[in-house]
Design a protein around this ligand. Structure first.
Ligand code: CO
Length: 212
């Protein structure tokens, strides 16, 4: 059998499985979605958002890209964010990185990889911002792990710096922004950062909504 056909066959079995537990499973799912969480994760095939968090269809609104970046000019990510915050009214935004991330690994080298240089450049900036700390880590693996963690932390801050999140905080959304790292070697998630609604930001990024 051709590889891709396995997927279509598995889909049929999955439908039957769901229907055997609840005959109106798909009718209910099709009616509405009210996910409490927005997940921004890496595109890596080894980090399946629902599976590692034990969540079901309808519980996670998901955006994935190379190295789980929050780039303030990325209309794809911003559209997902705006919809999740303003229409779905999620309560939590989770940025999830992972140790062993190929995007982070390549950003730490000096290789010219073509188009993706432009994307990985955002991780190079994270390395530069934390140059001193990173230079003090002698072990290559440890330094790599630390860049993964710092990258997640920076993306959490990038989220808080968007007008979408700040406006929702002003309006009392209470959205919390979480930074997690998934460990491919153990399967466990680790909490790296947490920003509560109204967290203090660098003044330059803070919109002056209170003056309205
Ligand atoms: Co990755």
């Amino acid at each position: 059998m051709e590889d891709y056909k396995r997927l279509l066959l598995a889909n049929k079995a999955w439908v039957q499985d769901k229907l055997s537990v609840s005959s109106d499973y798909f009718e209910k799912l099709a009616a509405d979605q009210q996910p409490e969480f927005l997940w921004i994760g890496c595109a890596d095939s080894r980090v399946p958002a629902e599976e590692i968090t034990g969540t079901q269809p309808g519980q996670l609104f998901v955006h994935r890209n190379v190295a789980n970046l929050v780039v303030h000019t990325d209309f794809n990510m911003l559209s997902v964010l705006q919809y999740a915050v303003e229409a779905l009214k999620v309560k939590h935004i989770i940025v999830c990185g992972h140790y062993g991330c190929g995007g982070v690994f390549n950003a730490m080298t000096r290789k010219d990889l073509g188009l993706i240089n432009k994307w990985l450049r955002h991780i190079k900036d994270v390395c530069r911002m934390h140059e001193r700390e990173l230079a003090s880590i002698a072990d290559d693996r440890e330094r790599f792990d630390r860049v993964v963690e710092l990258n997640v932390r920076e993306q959490v801050m990038n989220l808080a710096e968007t007008s979408i999140v700040q406006k929702s905080w002003r309006d009392g959304s209470g959205i919390k922004i979480h930074g997690w790292v998934y460990d491919l070697r153990t399967g466990y998630l680790k909490e790296i950062a947490l920003m509560d609604a109204g967290s203090v930001l660098d003044t330059i990024y803070k919109y002056d909504y209170e003056l309205e």
